[in-house]
Design a protein around this ligand. Sequence first.
Ligand code: NAD
Ligand code: DAU
Length: 341
Amino acid sequence: MKIMVTGGAGFIGSNFVHYVVDNHPDVDIVVLDKLTYAGNKANIADVLGDHVKLVVGDICDAELVDKLMPEVDAVVHYAAESHNDNSLKDPSPFIQTNIVGTYTLIQSARKYNKRFHHVSTDEVYGDLPLREDLPGHGEGVGEKFTPDSPYRPSSPYSSSKASSDLLVRAWVRSFGLRATISNCSNNYGPYQHIEKFIPRQITNILSGIKPKLYGTGKNVRDWIHTNDHSAAVWKILTEGKIGETYLIGANGEKDNKTVLEGILRLMGKPEDWYDQVKDRPGHDLRYAIDATKLRTELGWEPKYTNFEDGLKHTIEWYTNHEDWWKDEKAAVEAKYKANGQ
Ligand code: NAD
Ligand code: DAU
């Protein structure tokens, strides 16, 4: 089997490439990645060779995509502009990569009749009320996202991902594209860009900078270790039903303040050693995934469910890989500072 992994030099894509190399060493992989600010060849340098090749290029480049497509059996599509805060500053690359890029890939997959897996986000469903504001603290039916939840995206990022999901669905129905979709919750683990919440705070502490919490810190994210996401995507790619959408989540709901206090504690700092900064406009309150369909129909179970352990390993990874993030740190923080964050 030979697969194309778009965005395979980014955070989740590179973890997926490692997952496949470790668990299915007979599979050949072509990574198609533009190496934007978020992509880094170093993320997959250790596995490049006979089984894993990197093609540096744009998923919007139809000629290149058409050249690579006939060589592969399937596409796993991770490439995207992925950061909400950036999308609020300048939506245009999000429209281009997330919508036009997905369109370019599915047109080609359709032309060459290839299996296509589209990696998406729970943010397409908008947000949920905080549990404290719900009767029975949100344990009732409909209190988590399910594959039937309405699309209600809030940001330019999430609306561009929602658009791409809808394109894939339409290509399945109208053109018989052999595609599946997964919508996953917030990932954490190694190789995550330091603009994102958890690595930003870890590298702040390592740099002697106070962590930055948006608004009240009550916003809830449903954390999943990226290795569990990779295993789920592999299951869906190989056993999922064409045309279906699977939600991926590991019951990891935590509010941002609690996550930050955990990081501070594990790094030997007082739990209140942080600044509260300007909130994100349109900041989604809570995400929570009901992954029943994936668990019952495909038998997937998350393995990395001890969040404190996962956080400890992630802190260790950033501590031991200063050369991976150090050069970018000042510029990332300067950008946030200019925004009051
Ligand atoms: P990332 O920003 O770390 O990586 C994105 C990768 O895509 C980078 O390597 C980048 O170079 C590449 N890329 C960007 N534009 C490209 C283009 N035009 N052509 C080719 N390559 C391009 O993102 P991530 O956090 O790893 O997210 C990967 C995917 O997973 C995205 O589709 C995202 O929407 C989805 N997702 C992310 C999360 C999360 O918590 N980070 C959760 C659910 C779903
Ligand atoms: O839910 C899945 C999504 O998770 C993915 O689709 C996105 O690609 C991914 O970036 C992530 O989106 P979030 O916006 O939830 O992630 P982020 O790491 O930017 O922020 C997580 C939470 O932390 C969010 O409530 C905002 C808050 N935050 C973020 C930063 C960068 C802070 O409080 N301080 C910060 O410095």
